[in-house]
Ligand binder design. Structure first.
Ligand code: MLT
Length: 264
């Protein structure tokens, strides 16, 4: 079921009587990133996902976003749906939003699942890359930007062996409004560094990394798990940055084990 909340397209699956999981997708994708997880996990959990403002079916508005406004959006969803301490699950940009949400709203979640993400803010090189991406889009290179960015997100094996599925993701990403995509790039470039707050996360955390992730590789993600007191690090083989799409069977079983182990 789709529910509009504050200009965002929010998607609900499963029984509202069960524990909620709130899924936050990565850039430049949309809620479909979590389709396979939601099919499986909605059997026992109330699964909520949405399109981040500026992407997918959500409003673009003036395209001026910050990581803080993305967290404000997430908070509005929690309030509107009256979610009682959901499990928060974010991938990459969705992980940046989740980490900042966990920092800003310490008591609002019962567990955190971080897939293929970072706690560090963009360094100078990263900021210059964001600027180059915006310049490329402004000079008519939106589709080329999407092609090369999305290619880098996937492991080579998946692109070769599951090309039709890969192309679907690329083509859907190209449907995004360039203004929304640029707004996300600026929001990511301006985000805070959440590393110092990791040791204060006092809920169970599952940290997942695709073994071939080039954007947030295992050597970046393992230290996140080491800093969060009650956390578990899992390396997912045969996956790059897009574990929910590249190895959904393994990801689902890792998440299910985590939920069972923590009585969630
Ligand atoms: C994502 O998948 O959300 C992006 O790779 C995040 C980023 O560009 O930092």
């Amino acid at each position: 079921m789709k529910k509009p909340i504050n200009g965002l397209s929010v998607f609900l699956s499963g029984s509202q009587e069960t524990k909620a999981i709130l899924f936050v997708h990565g850039f430049p994708f949309d809620h479909h990133m979590w389709d396979v997880q939601i099919d499986e996990l909605s059997k026992n959990h109330f699964c909520v996902t949405y399109d981040i403002r500026g992407l997918g079916e959500s409003a673009v508005g003036d395209g001026q976003f910050t990581m803080e406004s993305f967290v404000d959006d997430l908070e509005k969803i929690l309030e509107d749906l009256k979610l009682d301490k959901p499990i928060l699950c974010g991938l990459s940009m969705g992980g940046y939003i989740s980490l900042r949400a966990a920092e800003r709203m310490r008591d609002k979640f019962s567990a955190l699942i971080l897939c293929d993400t970072k706690s560090a803010a963009d360094d100078n090189e990263g900021k210059v890359k964001r600027a180059a991406a915006i310049q490329q889009i402004n000079s008519g290179g939106f589709e080329n930007f999407i092609e090369s960015f999305v290619l880098n997100c996937f492991g080579e094996k998946f692109v070769n062996e599951n090309n039709a599925e890969y192309r679907k993701v690329v083509d859907r990403s190209k449907k995004n409004n360039p203004l929304g995509v640029k707004g996300c790039l600026l929001a990511m470039a301006g985000r805070t560094d959440t590393t110092e707050k990791l040791s204060g996360i006092n809920i169970p955390a599952l940290i997942i990394c695709g073994s071939e992730d080039k954007l947030s590789p295992p050597n970046v993600m393992k230290p996140i798990a080491e800093k969060i007191p009650n956390s578990k690090f899992v390396l997912v083989e045969n996956a790059g940055h897009m574990t929910p799409i590249e190895n959904p069977v393994k990801l689902n079983s890792v998440i299910k084990d985590f939920l069972i182990h923590n009585n969630l």
